[in-house]
Structures are given as structure tokens and as C-alpha cells.
Design a protein around this ligand. Structure first.
Ligand SMILES: Nc1nc2c(c(=O)[nH]1)N[C@H]1C(S)=C(S)[C@@H](COP(=O)(O)O)O[C@H]1N2
Ligand SMILES: [Mo]
Length: 257
């Protein structure tokens, strides 16, 4: 069955070309983090580094091993550093796989959050339903792999409280997201249950502005920027590896910070 959570449009090749050096450097960092040299990779996998296809396949298996090691090292109780209100950047810094003038605002009144997969109560949620849940605030650093970061002040519903409320299978492996701009994303369940992982509706105590994911985005404080889907329209709890927009192009899936 074709999952609801796969991209319906192929990424723009021009954008992909812009990101190739970055993707390559991330792949190199993947080697380094795992302590594997190209020589060691050749020994382990028996593939010839000059053969691009076999190197790509080996990279994927190293990256998946890397995900498993990072998941083992992840401490579900360790909090990301928090900051003071005086340090918050207003407005936040925009990023997406397209420019800010291409953002298509979401109509908050018509917006519904759909639920799929290993969830007992699949009734869609409105903005009012989300606002009626207990809210928390966190001031944390957003880190983009492009080499910039900022301190942001986010509030919303703890992902754990949300998953408990909808009767999600908390032993499932993945929580996957679908967004209004076709940017599929997914995180591991341990991160979804982390106390600083929020379904955020506000920035600096105001409703999210359109470019920053109105009406709902993820704010997982222990993950890199590209793992924070904006304009969320659906959440699926699943044991099938969901990948994501950048992950499917070689970014390391776990990407903890
Ligand atoms: N829906 C959607 N979410 C997205 C992206 C995107 O292109 N589409 N880009 C990601 C990347 S790479 C970053 S760094 C952050 C930027 O979030 P900000 O604009 O709030 O700083 O959003 C992430 N979430
Ligand atoms: Mo990013």
C-alpha cells in the first residue's frame, strides 16, 4: 500500500543540485562519526570506493547503523540547554527547501490535523482542540545543517501528552509527519516522548507567523532544524521506516544534537 506519508512531488532538481556539496559533506561526517575511513568501509563492505553505486549503498547501510547507535546513545531524560527570554531572536530565521515568498499560508479555520497508523482515536483535531490541551514553553537553540542557528521561544502541547491522549502505541518505532508543503518528516518514538518535544503553535507567545509553520509545527529540541516539520497536516504512528524529504536524499535520519 502506498503510504500517505511519501512526497507526492519530486524535489526540484535545481534545489537538489544546490545542496549536493552539503549532502556530500554530511555523508563524510557520517563516516567520521562512525569512526570509519573509506578504507575501513571498503574492507567491511567489500565495495570499490570508485564504484559510485556500491559506495552509495554502503553509505546507506552505515547511515542506518549510525541511526541505531545514536538511538542507543539517546538519553530520554537529558534536556537540551535552555536560554533566557532576552536571547530570543524575533522574528525567527526562515528556512525551507524554497524561498520565503513561495510560502503558501494555511487557513487556520479550515485546517485539520489528521491521524493515521497505530493510534486508537483517529478523529481529526482542530486548532481549538490543540489549544484546549495543557501548554508548555521552551526556549532552545535551533541548529540548521547549513551552518546557522538561533534561540527560539516555542510553546505548544508536549508530543507525549498528545500521543497519550489519542491512544498511540507508544512502543511503536516512528512518528511520521505530513505537511502542507510536501515535506514528509519523521522521528523516533523516544524523541517524540522527550519532555522538550512539542507540537508548537506559538513563537514568543504569539501564534506562529505563516512562514514559521502556522498553525502547527514540530519543535523537537534534541534534533537538527531539518527534523522540525512546519505546517503539519497529519501524524502517523508506525513501525515502518518513514524517511523524510532530506533523509531520502542522504541526510542522516536520526540527526540528534
Ligand atoms: N514543512 C517544512 N518544514 C521544514 C522545512 C521545509 O522546507 N518545509 N525546512 C526545515 C529546515 S531545513 C529548517 S532549518 C527549519 C527552519 O525553521 P524556521 O523557518 O522556523 O527557522 O524548518 C524545517 N522544517
Ligand atoms: Mo535546516
Amino acid at each position: 500500500m502506498k503510504s500517505l506519508f511519501r512526497p507526492t512531488t519530486a524535489p526540484d532538481p535545481a534545489i537538489l543540485d544546490n545542496h549536493r556539496p552539503l549532502i556530500r559533506s554530511l555523508q563524510r561526517r557520517g563516516f567520521l562519526r562512525g569512526g570509519l575511513s573509506l578504507g575501513a568501509l571498503t574492507m567491511l563492505t567489500g565495495c570499490d570506493p570508485a564504484d559510485n553505486a556500491s559506495v552509495q549503498a554502503a553509505l546507506r547501510s552505515v547511515s542506518s547503523l549510525n541511526d541505531r547507535v545514536q538511538a542507543l546513545l539517546f538519553d530520554p531524560n537529558k534536556l537540551a540547554p535552555t536560554y533566557s527570554e532576552a536571547e530570543v531572536l524575533k522574528p525567527p530565521r526562515f528556512n525551507a527547501y524554497y524561498d520565503v515568498d513561495k510560502v503558501k499560508p494555511v487557513d487556520g479555520g479550515a485546517w485539520r490535523l489528521e491521524l493515521a497508523g497505530l493510534v486508537a482515536d483517529k478523529r481529526p483535531w482542530t486548532r481549538a482542540d490543540i489549544a484546549a490541551m495543557p501548554q508548555v514553553e521552551t526556549i532552545v537553540r535551533h541548529v540548521c545543517v547549513e551552518g546557522w542557528d538561533y534561540i527560539g521561544q516555542w510553546s505548544g502541547v508536549p508530543m507525549r501528552a498528545f500521543l497519550e491522549r489519542v491512544g498511540a502505541d507508544l512502543r511503536a518505532k516512528y512518528v511520521a509527519f505530513k505537511t502542507a508543503d510536501d515535506y514528509p518528516s519523521s522521528i523516533d518514538m523516544a524523541t517524540a516522548l522527550h519532555p522538550q518535544t512539542l507540537l508548537a503553535t506559538k513563537y514568543a507567545r504569539e501564534d506562529l507567523a505563516d512562514p514559521f509553520g502556522y498553525p502547527l509545527r514540530l519543535r523537537a529540541s534534541t534534533k537538527l532544524g531539518f527534523k522540525q516539520p512546519k505546517w503539519i497536516t497529519a501524524i502517523e504512528v508506525t513501525n515502518t521506516y518513514p524517511g523524510g524529504y532530506w533523509e531520502d536524499q542522504g541526510f542522516n535520519w536520526f540527526s540528534g544534537i
